[in-house]
Design a protein around this ligand. Structure first.
Ligand SMILES: Cc1ncc(COP(=O)(O)O)c(C=O)c1O
Length: 438
């Protein structure tokens, strides 16, 4: 073992001591494995759609360029198919402009490391994705101008805004960036977007705002044909303003419900040009391969078809089903054993035509002090449910993360919830025995 290996080994031992050690685990999720995957972000079950598979294979066989793009977007990787897909997204999402990235990670890092300048403020929901933090760390924004607000809490946002606006002069030209997600990946709760935007509007003039919403977990799932939550609320900034248009930047990613990989950042033509000039992950990395561009075109044909609507409806129905089962189960179990995060505020206006007043979330963050033990118990019984521990979630937020997919059977969901009930009863019995011995 080299000196370096020995030193790294000691650091890894430290992680193990803190129960934070990560390793790669391979699961066979083929039909023969008898394991049901409740951990994948394939919310619409598109990766197993036979019609999508057929259209993808047939398009691949009739297209000349199907392999790598052979260069960054600034070199040979800017092909007519890349530009045409960007144009499709620009129109579909009603955005002034669109820019493809190789991943949502790259898009967030690119944006937050380059666009906010040293005199700007960046305010962010405390639970925003790690990629936003990585971008900010590489940015020119000083640490004391990057401020979190409590998760989904308009009052906390107001407190932060009061603090920063009291520091600025009336001639202050700095931009106030606000970063949030439409649907949070670990708690599975929605942002109360309209209230947060109303709060921002009360403190910061529109020309000084830049609101950034990450729709990684809502792309394809919510809104008309899967255009996302911001679009469903009419909050997207666009040339043909439909609603209030207060969200300047949207990130739509392709690795989750879309079943591919990559991302598109929806922004103004100037931000797009700025990123093309300064975003290192875009400038110095090979652009998405042709095979992915073709897959994305095929996926969008599905999202815009009746099959897309059926998949979205099925997911919503499964989500309200699992919530009703879990509500019954959790009403009988002490929260110290198992509980869901508090029910979120109803985030959407009642009259929204494309969003139900309480849309179902396909993500459940089931809190438990012993997520590894629960995950192993469930795996023994045929369910893949992954534990999530700090630093991915804050200390005390240990959980198992359960994700639904549109193609799941209700009977399988019922079996999972019954198994969760067995585990909770076993835990309660263990506790009783410990108490009896005292
Ligand atoms: C909220 C959010 N943003 C961005 C990303 C990064 O997206 P990608 O997987 O495309 O890199 C993720 C992925 O986990 C995410 O959950």
């Amino acid at each position: 073992m080299t000196g370096l290996d020995a030193r790294l080994g000691r650091l890894l031992e430290g992680r193990k001591d803190k129960n934070r050690f990560r390793s790669l685990k391979e699961y066979d999720t083929s039909p023969e494995s008898n394991l049901v995957d409740f951990s994948s972000n394939d919310y619409l079950s598109l990766t197993s759609s036979s019609s999508l598979r057929q259209s993808y294979l047939s398009r691949l066989s009739s297209t000349t360029s199907i392999f790598g793009s052979t260069g960054s977007r600034l070199l040979s990787g800017c092909t007519p198919s890349h530009s045409s897909l960007e144009k499709r997204f620009q129109e579909f999402f009603n955005s002034p402009s669109a820019l493809l990235f190789n991943s949502g990670w790259d898009a967030n890092v690119s944006f937050f490391s380059t666009v906010p300048q040293s005199t700007d403020w960046v305010i962010f929901d405390e639970l925003v994705h790690a990629s936003v933090h990585s971008g900010l760390r590489a940015s020119r924004v000083p640490l004391d101008r990057r401020i979190p607000f409590d998760h989904n809490d308009p009052q906390s946002l107001e407190d932060v805004l009061k603090r920063i606006t009291s520091q600025g002069s009336s001639t202050d030209k700095s931009t106030v960036f606000v970063a949030m997600e439409s649907l949070y990946s670990m708690d599975g709760d929605f942002s109360p977007l309209p209230s947060l935007l109303d709060t921002l509007e009360r403190f910061v003039p529109r020309e000084r705002q830049c609101v950034v919403v990450d729709e990684a977990h809502s792309t394809g799932v919510y809104g008309e044909q899967g255009r996302g939550i911001v679009h469903a609320l009419g909050e997207e900034a666009s040339e043909n303003r439909r609603g209030k248009g207060r969200v300047d930047i949207r990130l739509m990613t392709f690795g989750k419900a879309v079943g591919c990989s990559g991302a598109v950042l929806l922004c103004s033509p100037t931000v797009r040009s700025f990123l093309i000039n300064f975003a290192r992950p875009l400038i110095f990395s090979t652009a998405l391969p042709h095979s992915t561009i073709i897959a994305l075109e095929c996926v969008w044909d599905v999202l815009q078809s009746e099959e897309g609507d059926q998949r979205r409806l099925s997911l919503m129905s499964l989500s309200s089903y699992v919530h009703s089962l879990l509500d019954q189960l959790l009403s009988r179990i002490p929260p110290a054993v198992l509980h869901l995060p508090p029910d979120p505020i109803i985030p959407f206006p009642q009259n929204s035509s494309v969003l139900p007043s309480k849309p179902g979330s396909p993500i459940l963050g089931l809190l438990t002090p012993t997520p590894h033990a629960l995950s192993a118990f469930l795996l023994d019984r045929g369910f893949i449910v992954r534990p999530v521990v700090p630093p991915t979630v804050p200390p005390g937020g240990e959980r198992v993360r359960i994700c639904l997919r549109a193609g799941m059977e209700k009977t399988v969901i019922k079996r999972l919830v019954d198994t969760l009930g067995q585990w909770a009863e076993m835990k309660l019995d263990d506790e009783k025995q410990v108490r009896a011995k005292l």
